[in-house]
Design a protein around this ligand. Structure first.
Ligand SMILES: [Zn+2]
Length: 155
């Protein structure tokens, strides 16, 4: 079985993901994530969510699901500062990620902080979440950018 090549990055280590999450995750996702990390400025830190289900879920239809251990999760949710998240998001859009979700309504350690979801599905799907509501680019790009413009921050 293919393994995650941690030696490819100096920017992440397995212990940043909760519990044994990375053992249930697809190495292709990490290849792309390590590349992404190298392609954005070094100050653009990404912090894997401390919530196990933000990476691996036993069931459900999301890319996080292992479907009762029959597949590897190929999705991860990462926190970044407002300033960094735009550069990360823009770079991710140029890469082989499929699903790219931007969460404007998330918190880390009681502090409001945006989160980005990245996954390896075949087709590009982009969404933004605000106040628990999802807005998909493919449904309405104007609303998608309107939500970003109204509720996103730049620092
Ligand atoms: Zn996610």
């Amino acid at each position: 079985m293919q393994k995650i090549e941690w030696k490819r990055t100096k920017r992440f280590k397995p212990s940043e993901w909760p519990g044994d999450a990375t053992e249930h995750m697809n190495p292709d996702l990490f290849n792309e994530l390590f590349l992404l990390r190298d392609l954005v400025p070094s100050w653009c830190s990404m912090r894997p969510s401390p919530v196990y289900g933000a990476h691996v879920r036993p069931d459900g239809s999301s890319r996080h699901s292992t479907n009762g251990n029959s597949r590897l999760s190929d999705a991860t949710d990462l926190f970044a500062s407002w300033k960094a998240v735009w550069l990360i998001w823009q770079q991710a859009c140029r890469m082989d990620f499929g699903g790219i979700g931007l969460y404007l309504d998330t918190q880390l350690g009681g502090k409001q902080m945006p989160m980005i979801h990245l996954d390896m599905r075949k087709n590009r799907v982009m969404w933004v979440r605000h106040n628990g509501q999802y807005y998909y680019y493919e449904n309405d790009p104007v609303i998608f950018f309107k939500i970003i413009a109204e509720y996103g921050k730049n620092q």
